[in-house]
Design a protein around this ligand. Structure first.
Ligand SMILES: Nc1ncnc2c1ncn2[C@@H]1O[C@H](COP(=O)(O)OP(=O)(O)O)[C@@H](O)[C@H]1O
Ligand SMILES: [Mg+2]
Length: 504
């Protein structure tokens, strides 16, 4: 017998065995029918056993997730929609909660909240899946936030330090540089073994493209996944995007890795949740948001943490962005998020229009737990610098009246102006932590005193070059830092002196 015949023979045998074992029986399955569809939601008749968050399969191939239950109807948000979806389509249970593919295969990819590729590249085949909405790790699995997450930003790394596993809110009006800051923070993770997930919610396609291009050009894609539900995506997907991003990062965290998730932004997310809730006729609460919006966001952000060594020691740091209107911090969603997170970085319009970029208002920004993760040396230097800065902000008010000031006060104001110049930072130019130490030491030792404001950028650039070429680290003693920085500054002065002589 040839192999084909053997094959056929065994096929027939298998069929026969199946037939022999086949028994007629009653199988109960529940079917519903689409009552109406539109605006990204479906109402379904039937399906009395449907449960919240369950995924439903619709006859045309669409999928929906149960969002609201009434006595007669099931309200669901669409996850996928085909052109054939219409009233009358049959709906069945899937018996499953929504899960997405997770794993290293997602690195350097752009995906939608269901893990489908949006970058036009090959299909993503992950070995593992993870439910989108899971409980946050229990207290016993957690550890304190005690390792720093460096942002590369002068103000944050010195005055508002962030630790791995922290939730730090980025808050401010539209167009003040919030997204630019978080992009820089991602760029700064290059070579630092931190996996990043950048979640873009409800943004215009053009700004999505800009973000993707920036991340790509900066060479960050190899350790980053971008999750996108743009303004044209189904509202259900926009609502799920932050949960999907968190699930992707959680998988890495559970494998002992450090991760950073950015939610850009949660105001749009809240609005999307409100839209879905109103469409599905849930009772509106304050500002028409559903009453559980606080619970929704706290459940999301509770998932970021630092796991204990026993659990692998991974971490998930969260940077949610929230947009205010005219700097109003007291409106509903911002106050919610301020109380859920471990601190906030506040962007101020007057600083932005005054050309102080990044426009971070130090007086209104806090990091409640990051201090514990900050290097002790940096913390000490930054504390001294902060006192000088706050004193300057108080004194600066007097200069507006043109009052004649004492010499010592004038000196403090001049020192503060220099400091403000030092704190300015360009976009896409994150700085290593050793450089932060160097400028802090230089400032605290008075090496910038008497410098003209226009000299500061050049001085800082020079300092950065010297730090990069030196072997000093954060664990070097302070005297070594002071000695080195003083030497660099005097060498610079000498060189300038020589240059002047040659010119003369
Ligand atoms: N440090 C900076 N230096 C120069 N320009 C900046 C800086 N930060 C932000 N910008 C500019 O400010 C504008 C608004 O920034 P963006 O990040 O889009 O704001 P937001 O996300 O708060 O709406 C952009 O044009 C950006 O180039
Ligand atoms: Mg933005």
């Amino acid at each position: 017998m040839n192999s084909e015949a053997i094959c056929q023979e065994s096929l027939i045998a298998a069929r026969r065995r199946w037939l022999d074992r086949y028994r007629f029986s009653v199988r109960v399955s529940e079917l519903g029918r689409v009552a109406s569809v539109g605006d990204g939601i479906v109402w379904i008749e039937g399906l009395p056993t449907a449960a919240i968050d369950e995924v439903l399969k619709i006859e045309d191939g669409s999928r929906a997730m149960v969002f609201h239950l009434t006595e007669e109807l099931v309200g669901a948000i669409l996850l996928e929609e085909t052109d054939q979806l219409a009233a009358g389509c049959l709906v069945s249970h899937s018996g499953q909660h929504l899960g997405i593919p997770v794993g290293d295969e997602l690195l350097s990819r752009i995906v939608d909240p269901l893990g489908r590729p949006l970058d036009g590249l090959t299909a993503i085949e992950c070995k593992n899946r993870r439910e989108i909405d899971v409980l946050s790790p229990p207290i016993v699995e957690r550890d304190f936030v005690k390792r720093p997450l460096y942002t590369g930003n002068k103000i944050i790394d010195t005055l508002i330090p962030i630790g791995k596993g922290q939730r730090q809110l980025i808050i401010g009006d539209n167009g003040l540089g919030k997204s630019s800051l978080v992009l820089d923070i991602v760029i700064n993770q290059k070579g630092k073994q931190v996996r990043c997930v950048y979640v873009l919610i409800g943004q215009k396609r053009s700004s999505v493209m800009n973000t993707v291009e920036t991340l790509k050009a900066a060479g960050t894609l190899e350790f980053t996944t971008i999750v996108v539900a743009d303004a044209a995506a189904l509202p259900g997907l926009q609502y799920l995007a932050p949960f999907a991003g968190t699930a992707i990062a959680e998988d890495w965290m559970r494998r002992g890795l450090d991760t950073l998730v950015i939610y850009d932004d949660l105001t749009t997310h809240a609005d999307c949740y409100r839209e879905l809730s109103l469409l599905l006729r849930r009772p509106p609460g304050r500002e028409a948001y559903p009453a559980d919006i606080f619970y929704l966001h706290s459940r999301l952000l509770e998932r970021s943490t630092c796991l204990s060594a026993k659990m692998g020691g991974g971490s998930l740091t969260a940077l949610p962005l929230v947009e205010t209107k005219e700097g109003e911090l007291a409106s509903y969603i911002p106050t919610n998020l301020i109380s859920i997170t471990d601190g906030q970085i506040y962007f101020s319009e007057p600083l932005f229009s005054g050309g102080f970029l990044p426009a971070i208002d130090v007086t209104r920004s806090v990091s409640r737990i990051g201090g514990r993760a900050q290097d002790a040396g940096i913390r000490k230097e930054a504390g001294r610098m902060k006192l000088d800065y706050l004193r300057f902000l108080e004194l600066e008010v007097f200069t507006r009246f043109g009052a004649k000031l004492e010499k010592s006060i004038e000196r403090q104001i001049q020192r503060g102006r220099v400091l403000r110049e030092i704190l300015k930072q360009d976009q896409q130019a994150p700085l290593p932590i050793e450089f932060q130490m160097a400028w802090l030491v230089a400032f605290n030792s008075g090496l910038f005193d008497g410098a003209g404001l226009e000299e500061i950028p050049g001085d800082l650039e020079y300092l950065a070059r010297r730090v990069a070429a030196s072997t000093l680290t954060l664990s070097s003693p302070r005297e070594e830092w002071v000695g080195a920085v003083k030497r660099w500054f005097s060498e610079k002065r000498e060189r300038i002196g020589v240059g002047d002589e040659q010119k003369g």
